[in-house]
Design a binder for this molecule. Structure first.
Ligand code: PLP
Length: 417
């Protein structure tokens, strides 16, 4: 995938070099962007799309009731750079290329602002898609042609899954935490991964990890006095959701010198500083494996982090969506739950939420919006509150739920022939 992106980028840069060789100083895609955004060298076409002036928009909408002065200030404060100005500009450029081919020194835009492998031509995993197709259209399960078109594995799995869905209806709302049979499968997958028990009642199926993170922020943040310790650099879901829910981001800095290491001394210092400002720090968010940094925490380091959360009474929010994306043989992913349990901390000793997603790993099913959070170490009363928040959304989408179960229980290589 990386080579594919690098090759595509090189082709684009070379093409822009060739097109602009004598008349233009453009040598990199960055300078293409700079040129497009600088006022001195904008082509009429660029000026046209950059001139969707906020002034004219403001006058058009001057009598509408919601204005920048009265809109929720938390929304104004929220920033989400990966979908921000550069992406807006790219979309406008794309539209411009469509309407006026050849109007720019490139003919394609490659979106690398967010991990979205299928938009860069990665093909979906056949098994996943076959199971989804069969579950969504169960009538074809009984047709003889289906045996020739679909693998025996996917037909068998589709039958199993449909048996778990009340009324076999993928178009019906499910239990707010997700279909029980699928949660059973996910819990078994977690047990197989960690070697410790997992309870299907701890699983909340969600439309990706993002809504799950929002749900936890909603639970933990009551006012700006509530703080969440977040890594810097971070994936901006954290800063954005903290801002949206009106809390305070308490930064802790990963150390580039040590391969983006997470020092507990840094956590302690930042916690102390936040407390001195009157902030009530509620939780520690850890992204492991990291994004954008790619680091994989050593088990010993994870133990220190668990110890720190236990000592300071913090909820550990473990973003583990990249658990399959470890590319060096000497590193291994360990879930925080496994680490906590292996230290002897049980359900009542530490509050821990693990986020998983169908968007990452080798599957990259970002657009299907599936994922789950495993919620452990909360009292029954708080669990009820989390359930209530989940219920407000009725349920997550059923295709995403099915995919989450497949990701945690992919087909196994059969040893006996
Ligand atoms: C660290 C991290 N967490 C969460 C997400 C969001 O995942 P989802 O697509 O499941 O909402 C991303 C997406 O890139 C991510 O990088």
């Amino acid at each position: 995938m990386r080579r594919f992106v690098a090759d595509k980028a090189k082709t684009l840069i070379n093409r822009s070099r060739t097109t602009c060789s004598s008349s233009s100083p453009i040598t990199t895609s960055t300078s293409v962007l700079q040129r497009l955004t600088s006022s001195s060298s904008q082509s009429p076409a660029v000026l046209r799309f950059l001139s969707t002036s906020s002034d004219s928009m403001a006058s058009d909408y001057s009598s509408t009731p919601v204005t920048l002065n009265n809109v929720n200030p938390k929304v104004l404060k929220c920033e989400y750079a990966v979908r921000g100005e550069i992406v807006n500009l790219a979309q406008k450029l794309q539209q411009d290329l469509k309407e006026n081919p050849g109007s720019h020194p490139f003919d394609e835009i490659l979106y690398c602002n967010i991990g979205n492998p299928q938009s860069l031509a990665q093909q979906p995993i056949t098994f996943f898609r076959e199971v989804l197709a069969l579950c969504d259209h169960p009538l074809i399960l009984d047709k003889s042609e289906t045996q020739g078109l679909f693998s025996a594995d996917s037909i068998e799995r589709a039958f199993q899954i449909l048996d778990q869905i009340p009324g076999r209806a993928t178009g019906a709302y499910s239990h707010s935490q997700g279909i029980k049979g699928l949660r059973d499968t996910i819990a078994s997958g977690i047990e197989a991964r960690d070697g410790f028990p997992a309870d299907p009642n701890d699983i909340f199926l969600t439309d990706g990890a993002s809504p799950a993170v929002h749900m936890m922020m909603q639970l933990l943040i009551g006012s700006e006095n509530d703080g969440i310790l977040c890594p810097i650099p971070q994936y901006p879901l954290y800063s954005a959701s903290i801002a949206l829910h009106g809390g305070t981001l308490v930064p802790y800095y990963l150390d580039e010198e040590t391969g983006w290491g997470l020092e507990v001394s840094e956590l302690e210092n930042q916690l102390k500083t936040a407390k001195s400002k009157g902030i009530n720090v509620r939780a520690l968010a850890v992204i492991n494996p990291g994004n954008p940094t790619g680091q994989v925490l050593a088990e010993a380091n994870q133990r220190e982090i668990v110890e720190f959360c236990k000592k300071e009474g913090l909820v550990l929010l473990a973003d583990e969506v990249y658990q399959e994306n470890v590319y060096v043989p000497e590193k291994q992913f360990h879930s925080f739950k496994k680490v906590a349990r292996s230290m002897g901390f049980g359900e009542k000793d530490i509050s821990l939420v693990s986020f998983q997603s169908v968007s990452k790993g080798f599957y990259g099913e970002c657009g299907k919006r599936g994922g789950y959070m495993e919620v452990t170490g909360f009292s029954p009363e708080i669990r009820e509150q989390i359930y209530k928040v989940a219920s407000v959304n009725l349920c997550s989408n059923i295709s995403g739920q099915i995919l989450a179960s497949l990701v945690m229980s992919p087909p196994k290589i059969c040893k006996t022939i």
